[in-house]
Design a protein around this ligand. Structure first.
Ligand SMILES: Cc1cc2nc3c(=O)[nH]c(=O)nc-3n(C[C@H](O)[C@H](O)[C@H](O)COP(=O)(O)OP(=O)(O)OC[C@H]3O[C@@H](n4cnc5c(N)ncnc54)[C@H](O)[C@@H]3O)c2cc1C
Length: 307
């Protein structure tokens, strides 16, 4: 892992820095690159305009590691309202949640109940619930909660990280549940015994996992490749076509503001594309993870500081 990435991922966990950063107007300007606004209305307006351009979307409220029941319950209530709004506006929009935002660290039972309730409401509103994956010490708990949700609802999927050495086994478990997977490379700081330290190893693992997902493609499960790595997307596309997996059996998901032109080009070429749109005021750790993915992004921050 590069030094810049290590430093940025360490910084993403600093509450002092988060507090300093959030108060600065330059930070608000810089963040606009990665999110349309702090309120859910801006996210849904963006989802509507993606929809007119033939792209689907996924919305997520920023926040993680809440430490009270009240906060976790507020987050669940908020997502219930978001699902109602998606239905009311007729948007082709999924919802993605982080389990520590729904109180995983506070009360696992409460978190599980919230996921079950949200998955049921997502199904009732004709959409789909995704579960993000966080640091490696949350993976066991996340997959246990996922297994319960999947047993109750088909329209629920979970994210898996290619950089984790354990992921091939986790993928088999999720496929065995008939589950849907969103495969990503992985965004956190992890020790080398847990995650591949070299990007080339993660990239190779990603493609091997992607092949396994496409081999297991079935009409009732969504196989999602969450990446902006266009060379990798091309390899996935070629493999799918060599195995005669129809385009309807898999999708590419990318983040709002990253490779926007390529998102549209892929969609125009018949690949299902969804844009993950984040919103909310707790954006610091998430934003610094985006900087860490491409340390050159720090120059955008410096530029907005001086413009
Ligand atoms: C839909 C979606 C959901 C995700 N959910 C999770 C999750 O639940 N858990 C988790 O750990 N991680 C998640 N991630 C983040 C993921 O793990 C990676 O950190 C991130 O996607 C960068 O890796 P990459 O696959 O785009 O490939 P990379 O090889 O890192 O990037 C490929 C190219 O894309 C461009 N690019 C990538 N990132 C950026 C950026 N931040 N700014 C500007 N350009 C960029 C660059 O041109 C880069 O060369 C998610 C990512 C996506 C797209």
């Amino acid at each position: 892992m590069s030094l810049a990435r290590t430093v940025l991922l360490r910084a993403s966990r600093s509450t002092w820095l988060a507090d300093q950063f959030r108060r600065r107007s330059f930070a608000r300007r810089a963040i606009k690159r990665f999110m349309p606004g702090e309120d859910v209305g801006s996210a849904l307006d963006a989802a509507a305009s993606f929809s007119s351009a033939g792209l689907g979307s996924v919305v997520t409220a920023l926040g993680e590691r809440v430490n009270t029941r009240e906060e976790a319950e507020r987050v669940r209530a908020h997502y219930m309202e978001v699902l109602n709004a998606i239905r009311a506006r007729g948007l082709p929009t999924h919802v993605s949640v982080k389990l520590t935002h729904l109180g995983l660290d506070v009360d696992r039972q409460l978190c599980t109940q919230s996921v079950l309730a949200l998955a049921a409401h997502a199904a009732a509103t004709g959409t789909m619930l995704w579960i993000d994956i966080e640091e490696s010490h949350y993976v066991d708990a996340t997959l246990e909660v996922y297994a319960k949700a999947r047993a109750a609802q088909p329209r629920v999927g979970v994210c898996l990280q290619a950089y984790l050495r354990r992921t091939p086994a986790d993928l088999e478990r999720v496929l065995g549940l008939g589950g849907s997977v969103r495969l990503v490379k992985g965004a956190y700081r992890e020790p080398p015994e847990v995650a591949f330290p070299k990007k080339s190893e993660t990239d190779a693992a990603y493609f091997a996992l992607a092949q396994r997902m496409l081999d297991a493609a079935a009409p009732e499960r969504s196989q999602v490749f969450g990446t902006h790595d266009l060379a990798l997307v091309e390899r996935v596309k070629a493999y799918a076509s060599s195995k005669r997996v129809p385009n309807s059996a898999w999708e590419v998901h990318m983040l709002y503001g990253i490779r926007a032109a390529e998102q549209r080009a892929l969609a125009a070429n018949g690949v299902g594309v969804r844009v993950l749109i984040s919103y909310g005021t707790h954006w610091f750790p998430w934003y610094v993870r985006r900087l860490a993915e491409r340390p050159a992004n720090v120059w955008f921050v410096v530029r907005s500081l001086v413009s």
